[in-house]
Design a protein around this ligand. Structure first.
Ligand SMILES: Nc1ncnc2c1ncn2[C@@H]1O[C@H](COP(=O)(O)OP(=O)(O)OP(=O)(O)O)[C@@H](O)[C@H]1O
Ligand SMILES: [Mg+2]
Length: 273
């Protein structure tokens, strides 16, 4: 029997003025347990700001954010730490500890949740296998491709079994092939029951999956497509879509004046992948 749907994160009449030029205006949406939701909008629309409100790095001027049992209007410094241990967060630039191994990067997140080393070791095999990196557990981030580094960040984000994963442009530094792999990994994690809220400016990427999409423009929600598909959420991007995205990615890079090698591959910002 399907699990009953309940709201695990909600934004209620949130407004926040960030500058003379930008205000988040009366934002309302909720995410149910196990849902996969895209938050899409052009650069500067307010996606990162909104996610920051959800992990309570900033507070609304009015309205409320509720994530699990945490309510933005009742947060203290100590409860913010508890909230961060209950949700997973993934960023475009990975934010790994460069002088620690893959194992240690993930272990740190588990340790701050009060878990002992024997439990960490016991669970690590499963966590790193889920992201396909068990064999690289003793490598440091510098020895990994961008896609692998993002997998480590995802492993760290899911290590404490969060009910929701917030991802801010998680494939923004990755080429289309690696983007596809990371998206499939996020869908796999989602199909295990973790809700995912993924912010991106990449409308094409969003369209290729057909999931619920919340459109943000100039600080306002202009459309929320609602839940589109029930059941199996994993839908692969077709190879032709990947080819097209690869071309667009390369053209954008060339447009920015970045170098190409003789094989037609662009040099990735993260140094391979
Ligand atoms: N701390 C801040 N102080 C003042 N203005 C800010 C601050 N943070 C963000 N802004 C402004 O708020 C607006 C929304 O920024 P935000 O980073 O949330 O957009 P975004 O949708 O994530 O864009 P991108 O796709 O480029 O990441 C922008 O105009 C930005 O300049
Ligand atoms: Mg952003």
């Amino acid at each position: 029997m399907p699990e009953e749907k309940r709201i695990i994160a909600g934004i209620y009449h949130l407004s926040k003025r960030l500058s003379r030029h930008f205000t988040l205006k009366d934002i309302n949406f909720q995410v149910a347990n196990g849902e996969f939701v895209f938050l899409v909008g052009p650069s500067g629309a307010g996606k990162s700001t909104l996610l920051r409100m959800m992990y309570m790095d900033d507070v609304p001027d009015s309205g409320q954010v509720i994530v699990g049992r945490f309510v933005s209007t009742r947060m203290k410094r100590s409860t913010i730490c508890s909230l961060r241990r209950k949700i997973g967060i993934v960023f475009q630039d990975f934010r790994l500890l460069e002088d620690r191994t893959v194992f240690e990067n993930v272990a740190v997140a588990m340790k701050v949740s009060g878990r002992g080393m024997s439990e960490i070791k016991r669970e690590m095999t499963d966590i790193l296998s889920r992201v396909g990196l068990y064999h690289k557990r003793y490598e440091c981030p510098a020895a990994l491709s961008g896609g692998e580094q993002q997998r480590v960040a995802i492993a760290r984000a899911i290590a404490n079994r969060p009910s929701i994963l917030l991802a801010d442009e998680p494939t923004g530094n990755l080429d289309p092939y690696v983007t596809k792999e990371i998206m499939e990994l996020l869908f796999k994690i989602n199909s295990g029951g973790t809700a995912v809220l993924l912010a991106t400016h990449d409308v094409e990427l969003v369209r290729s999956f057909g999931q619920r999409t919340i459109y943000l423009e100039d600080g306002r929600v202009v459309k929320d497509s609602g839940r589109v598909f029930e059941g199996d959420l994993l839908r692969s991007i077709s190879d032709s879509q990947v080819e097209r995205r690869a071309r667009e990615f390369r053209d954008r890079r060339i447009g920015r004046g970045e170098k190409q090698d003789g094989t037609g591959n662009t040099n990735r910002p993260e140094g391979g992948g």
